[in-house]
Design a protein around this ligand. Structure first.
Ligand SMILES: [Fe+2]
Ligand SMILES: [Fe+2]
Length: 221
């Protein structure tokens, strides 16, 4: 059997059901999109970070798997979704034959991906955090109805473009965001995402890099 990667997981109908249901729950409690789109983007960015930093192909592949499954725990509820997600990933990945050495690395990454209690201590975990927190974009906003009074919807809706650039030479990981300031002021981004930027800095350090935040062409971190 070929190694399990993100493309393999995308074809798995059981995983699709879990991700869709998790996203449905978050829609019900008013959160932005956390479904197949967010899973795929996070997986792709997690892979990109380790690939650009010349990490071994197996680590790149496992970062993609962790990225794809990282929010699956929301199916059990938002609180502690990192821990429930790690356990669910263990069960799904065991069932499709992934070896324990690979599963534990993915569990650790998923279990630590949020800024409230998460601690990046491995390369895969660090890549997942940076990838997840980089997915700030208007396409995650489900409806424009709430953007005037919901700050998360407003900031995401204002983000017209976001891109993660990695330089192995300069050892930098740069999140570039274009924010439409007619919709949201840059200050609002910090108001809700400051703790995320702090964990991104920690994660970049694990990868021996500096984290940079560039909004509308201005380097803010
Ligand atoms: Fe999450
Ligand atoms: Fe996420």
């Amino acid at each position: 059997m070929s190694p399990i990667d993100m493309e393999f997981l995308k074809q798995n109908s059981k995983i699709q059901v879990y991700l869709e249901r998790a996203d449905k729950h978050l829609e019900g409690i008013g959160y932005t999109e956390h479904g197949l789109r967010h899973a795929s983007i996070t997986a792709m960015l997690s892979e990109k970070i380790l690939r650009c930093l010349d990490h071994p192909p197996d680590d790149v592949r496992l970062a993609g798997v962790a990225g794809f499954l990282h929010d699956i725990g929301n199916v059990c509820g938002r609180m502690n979704h990192c821990q429930s997600g790690a356990i669910i990933a263990h069960s799904l990945l065991s069932e499709i034959g992934m070896c324990s050495e690979e599963i534990v690395g993915i569990m650790e990454a998923i279990g630590n991906h949020e800024e409230d209690f998460g601690q990046p201590t491995s390369k895969i975990s660090a890549a997942l955090i940076l990838a997840d927190k980089s997915d700030v974009h208007r396409s995650r906003v489900r409806t424009r109805r709430f953007i005037s009074f919901d700050i998360h919807d407003r900031v995401n809706y204002a983000a017209e473009k976001s891109d993660l650039q990695i330089s192995n030479k300069k050892k930098t990981i740069s999140l570039m965001i274009k924010i439409n300031t007619d919709i949201s002021q840059v200050m609002e981004y910090f108001e809700i995402f400051l703790s995320r930027m702090i964990i991104c800095r920690k994660a970049a350090k694990v990868l021996s890099c500096e984290f940079e935040l560039i909004i509308n062409g201005n380097k803010l971190l």
